[in-house]
Write a protein that binds this ligand. Structure first.
Ligand code: GS8
Length: 223
């Protein structure tokens, strides 16, 4: 890829899906411009044109060509800028990484939403389900440092998973539990990832995310 590559992200500060893309680009030392979208006031024409089916962020515009869906974008980044590989070279290990990325995609954000967008008994059930998801992840991590590949290096699955941790404070406060009490290995992995420049530079402040969630609950008539 030439030095003159133009890389733009249609972005939203609190989105864990957008954070994946930014962390991947930071890991590859690829400079990018972030175009913050107003998801609630009115999406840009560029977003509607670039992602007409889902109309969601993130969109990666690589030399003006759109790529959508964060897990697909992270794979794309790994292929276009191959140094410092994020996915393992062994086909079997890649399939394992993709399994966990898919599991995280299907379970974590929506599981978290079930906690913060509910009340009472419904919320209690949501917390139980969420802890079950974390238990699976805790087992998958085992004694490895990281999720991806052999577990020695921060990679694809870590990039897919870590942005969700910025929302954990909101889940903990509203669900009245502590991730650390149930999943100490996940908790240690979050701290390990947060020591990385790429993650530190990108993840939003969990307190700010919590305030955003509270605001959203109010607007939705939940409080
Ligand atoms: C999810 C993107 C998404 O939910 C991905 O890229 O991985 N599967 C997609 N984006 C949200 C912001 S974060 O919750 C979004 O753009 N929402 C706007 C809308 O739904 O109108």
């Amino acid at each position: 890829m030439s030095k003159g590559d133009k890389v733009v992200i249609l972005d939203f500060w609190a989105s864990p899906f957008c954070a994946r893309v930014k962390i991947a680009l930071e890991e590859k030392d690829v400079p990018y411009v972030s175009n913050e979208e107003d998801l609630f006031g009115g999406k840009s024409e560029l977003l509607l044109k670039s992602n007409p089916i889902h109309q969601k962020v993130p969109v990666l515009l690589h030399n003006d060509k759109p790529v959508t869906e964060s897990a697909i974008i992270v794979s794309y980044i790994d292929e276009v800028w191959p140094s410092n590989s994020l996915l393992p070279t062994c086909a079997y290990a890649r399939a394992q990484d993709r399994f966990w990325a898919d599991f995280i995609d299907k379970k974590v954000f929506d599981g978290g939403r079930s906690i913060w967008a509910s009340n009472g008994e419904e919320r209690e059930v949501a917390v139980k389900d969420f802890l079950e998801v974390l238990k699976h992840l805790e087992e998958a991590l085992g004694d490895k440092e990281y999720f991806s590949g052999t577990g020695d290096d921060f990679g694809y699955v870590d990039i897919i998973a870590i942005p969700h941790s910025a929302w954990f404070l909101a889940y903990e406060k509203l669900g009245d539990f502590k991730v650390e009490d149930h999943s100490p290995k996940i908790s240690a992995w979050i701290k390990r990832c947060l020591e990385k420049e790429s993650v530190k530079n990108v993840l939003p402040d969990p307190e700010k995310v919590y305030q955003f969630v509270l605001h959203f609950r109010k607007m939705s008539g939940l409080d």
